[in-house]
Design a protein around this ligand. Structure first.
Ligand code: SF4
Ligand code: SF4
Length: 115
């Protein structure tokens, strides 16, 4: 079975488009939504994302909803499908930001297949 893992040089989930992520609205509270709104730049990317190096600038202090290992437990689909759900979410983010045939997609697929 494939296991989920995050990859370097990605950050596809650091662009907030809550319309594309309707399931996330069910698990975020008012405070989270306010924080996301403050964190979002005009281009939709999180202000803490270093686009040049594709890294989070506040990694150790990132909000709870950026911590996949814990936040994933908020989703009913995760409780049912575990890593399969996380892999599906990452693929959706990567495809929408970098494309189906991007380096990030290839790296992600290779990494989950090799685990
Ligand atoms: S989309 Fe997935 S692989 Fe890419 S940074 Fe986010 S969690 Fe990691
Ligand atoms: S705080 Fe960091 S991990 Fe969270 S969205 Fe922003 S750049 Fe990404």
């Amino acid at each position: 079975m494939k296991s989920w893992t995050c990859i370097e040089n990605c950050g596809a989930c650091c662009k907030f488009d809550l319309h594309e992520r309707e399931d996330i609205l069910d698990v975020l509270d008012e405070e989270d939504l306010k924080l996301i709104s403050k964190m979002t730049g005009k281009d939709g990317w999180c202000k803490y994302f270093d686009k040049e190096n594709k890294k989070c600038k506040i990694y150790m202090d990132r909000p709870h909803f950026c911590r996949v290992d814990k936040f994933s437990n908020s989703f009913n689909e995760y409780k049912k499908n575990r890593d399969k759900f996380l892999i599906k979410c990452c693929k959706q983010h990567i495809e929408s930001i970098y494309g189906k045939k991007s380096d990030q997609m290839n790296t992600f697929k290779n990494k989950i297949n090799s685990k």
